[in-house]
Design a protein around this ligand. Structure first.
Ligand code: IMP
Ligand code: MG
Length: 183
C-alpha cells in the first residue's frame, strides 16, 4: 500500500521510509554495541509499534528475544483519566533480561510512564525505552525515551504501523493525517 492508494487522506508525507531506515540503522548500531553479550528482550506495545519493531529488531546485530504487550488508555471525553489497563501481558519473567521497551509515539507520556513503572516493578536487569516518534509539546506526564528516532510537532500521524480508526497502518511512510477526512 502506498501514499497514492490512500490518496486524499494524507496531508503530507512527514518522514519517508528511506529516512526511517537510515535512523533505525544508526540507533540499532548504537544499541547493538551497548547490549553486546547481554540477554536482551524487546518489549513491544501493540499495535502501533509492530512495524517499527519488525525493522528495528532486524537491524540489530546481536541476539534478542521479543515480547508483546497491549494496553488500553481510558478517556473521559477527550481527557485521558491517566488509567492504563494491560490487555495482553508478557510471557517472560523479565528479571532475567535487559529490557528495551519499543514504542511508536510518546505523546502525553501517560502510556510510557505507566508501562515503565509496571516493568520496573518486575525487576528487569535494566530498562530503557526506544520510541520511533516523540511529540514533546503534548507531554502531560514527565517522561522521556532513552532513544527517540524523530521529534515531531503536534500533528496527528498515520502510517508505518500507526493508525486512525485502525486504517493506514500499512502505509510505508509516516504521514500527517488530513483531519478533514474521516478514517
Ligand atoms: P500517550 O499515552 O498519550 O503518550 O499515548 C501514546 C499512544 O497514543 C501511542 O503509543 C500511540 O499508540 C497513540 N498516539 C498518540 N499520538 C498518535 C498519533 O499522532 N497517531 C497515531 N497514534 C497516536
Ligand atoms: Mg503505542
Amino acid at each position: 500500500m502506498n501514499a497514492q492508494e490512500y490518496h486524499g487522506k494524507i496531508k503530507q508525507i512527514l518522514i519517508p521510509h528511506t529516512e526511517i531506515a537510515k535512523r533505525i540503522a544508526q540507533v540499532a548500531g548504537e544499541i547493538s554495541a551497548e547490549y553486546e553479550g547481554k540477554p536482551l528482550l524487546l518489549v513491544t506495545v501493540l499495535k502501533g509499534a509492530f512495524v517499527f519493531l519488525a525493522d528495528f529488531c532486524r537491524a540489530l546485530t546481536i541476539p534478542c528475544e521479543i515480547g508483546f504487550m497491549r494496553v488500553k488508555s481510558y478517556f473521559d471525553g477527550t481527557i485521558s483519566s491517566g488509567e492504563v489497563t494491560v490487555l495482553l501481558d508478557l510471557e517472560q519473567d523479565i528479571s532475567q533480561y535487559h529490557v528495551i521497551l519499543v514504542e511508536d509515539i510518546v505523546d502525553t507520556g501517560r502510556t510510557l510512564s505507566t508501562l515503565t513503572k509496571l516493568l520496573q516493578q518486575r525487576n528487569p536487569l535494566s530498562l530503557k525505552v526506544v520510541a520511533l516518534l516523540d511529540k514533546p509539546s503534548r507531554r502531560v506526564v514527565d517522561c522521556r525515551a532513552d532513544y527517540a528516532l524523530f521529534t515531531i510537532e503536534d500533528r496527528f500521524v498515520i502510517g508505518y504501523g500507526m493508525d486512525c480508526g485502525e486504517l493506514y497502518r500499512n502505509l510505508p511512510d509516516i504521514a500527517e493525517f488530513d483531519a478533514q477526512h474521516t478514517p
